[in-house]
Design a protein around this ligand. Sequence first.
Ligand code: NDP
Ligand code: MG
Length: 380
Amino acid sequence: MNITILGSTGSIGTQALQVVDDLKGTKDISVLAISGNSNTELLEQQARKYNTKYAVVADENKYSDLKNRLADTDIKVLCGEEGLCTASTLGGVDMVLSSIVGFAGLVPTMKAIESGKDIALANKETLVTAGALFTDAVEKYGVRLLPVDSEHSAIFQSMHGGAEKEVRKILLTASGGPFFGKTRDELTEIRKEQALKHPNWSMGAKITIDSATLMNKGLEIIEAKWLFDVDIEDIEVVVHRESIIHSMVEFVDKSVIAQLSLPSMKHPIQYAFTYPERLPSPDSSVSFSQIGKMTFFEPDEETFRCLALAKKAGRMGGTMPTVLNAANEVAVSAFLHDKIGFLDIADFVEKVMDSYKNKLNPTIEDIIMTDKSVREEYRI
Ligand code: NDP
Ligand code: MG
């Protein structure tokens, strides 16, 4: 199999390359193209190690740096969105791992679908912002959309336990993040250093903050709605502190089927790469006697208001999920630059959502314009 990895320098991208190494000999995967935003040093190392045909740096200011680094090779160096789209539509590529963070992944991923590539999707923001267009394109071009987000991979795997029409609801698990059980008062002084310490997962900065605010779970509800064609009301969030059950599906007979494994993103990445097969993994097994017990709680939507806001945007549809996502990206970036407080993230997202008139059935141009207008009008 030949793949492109968009976002190869990130947390998902680097773990995907470890999976490529793990699978060597059982399923050989050639990495034809990789991309990053600015980490040219790592892009150079990866391009050399995997002998890729293309290496793309999204930040155009870094182009000459990467070009110089790879000057003694035949590897083609590209930059910008155009470069990302060339990498995502390359002839001979079977699957594109979409693991850029945020809205920037939308156009290259859409182009990959339109050129008939199967998609392993980590970049949930694209599905949140353009769910209808995305799923229509997947159907039109007859490609496979394989979830990489651990919860959605778990739902996808659990769905094999029955027919689509037999599904009653989805139980989407959440770790609860680093501030589980805290009150709003206790969260006023939170700094980025505390919010960046996730109890169970090591991830990129943006998703780590989203996990602390529970916006991540909100985005995942919208992601699940599009991936599995279910109503927002039929998705129940269950806080499960240990992150062993990655999500569950309840069927009409009230049977619940779940997928369990230790918290490692290598598991869902590998499943997306090898689907419909399962191949051996060097990861450790779950030891139930060592875990001892598993706990479950209701999420606290009054403290973690981002979850409620995402559900609201998901129910409204149209351009509102785009507004939610863009406002959240702006707010998280401001929080990471110490410009706003932790609780301001939800307040900001709510303010922006309230100020926008929703447009139903948006085109891709409407979505791109809405995203741009939020970022321009509400710069922090
Ligand atoms: P990281 O921040 O670790 O990596 C992001 C990747 O995207 C890097 O390769 C980065 O390049 C690149 N990138 C950043 N900005 C741009 C841009 N404007 N244009 C093009 N490329 C860009 O994020 P993660 O790997 O944690 O997350 C990636 C996606 O996967 C997110 O959508 C996240 O929600 C999702 N996801 C992540 C999980 C995880 O465990 N990490 C779990 C489930 C989903 P550079 O390194 O050069 O800056
Ligand atoms: Mg997840």
